[in-house]
Design a protein around this ligand. Sequence first.
Ligand code: SAM
Length: 184
Amino acid sequence: VRRVAVALLHHPVLGRGGEVLTTTLTNLDLHDMARSVRTYGLQALYAVHPYPSQRLLAERIRRHWVEGAGGKRIPDRAVALAVLEIVPDLTQACARLGGEQVELWTTAARATASPVTRYADARRALEGDGPPVMLCFGTGWGLAPALIERADVRLEPIHAARDSAYNHLSVRAACAITLDRLFG
Ligand code: SAM
């Protein structure tokens, strides 16, 4: 089976005005996405942040739950948070997962000009052999377009079968739904 991991990017992502910026960490994202990554048996959750102070914070959160008092009190959280790895950029996340041949797969609520891959096709691609896959999720107003454009696979946006005219999920919900569609 292919090695698959999730990357949670705080840069390069969009801001409200469409500018590329860096967002701050959200504690809840780390907890919820680690639980999903652990549940679906993926390799790791990479929290990607360019600022050393933010990486330090993520490391402290991880340590508290995996080795510290938190993990002793709530052991099932320790098991989940153990999948968390903290890296400064996507290149380092890919290096840890499997070197240069890692495929980048992106997610987005909005359709892009470039072609997208249906979940059924993506699921089939993951069943066979192939290079490792990094599933990328954005914060802020979503992954920067340049990253989406250079991705090997752009997953189709998640939306309801009925027309609800809205599909802006939290990154935590989008991650859980994506993993269930691909591995559930
Ligand atoms: N502040 C928000 C929060 O509370 O999570 C951040 C939203 S962030 C733009 C949401 C990320 O989740 C996107 O970058 C994308 O990775 C994913 N996402 C959200 N809605 C989605 C959808 N309908 N289909 C696919 N991915 C989606």
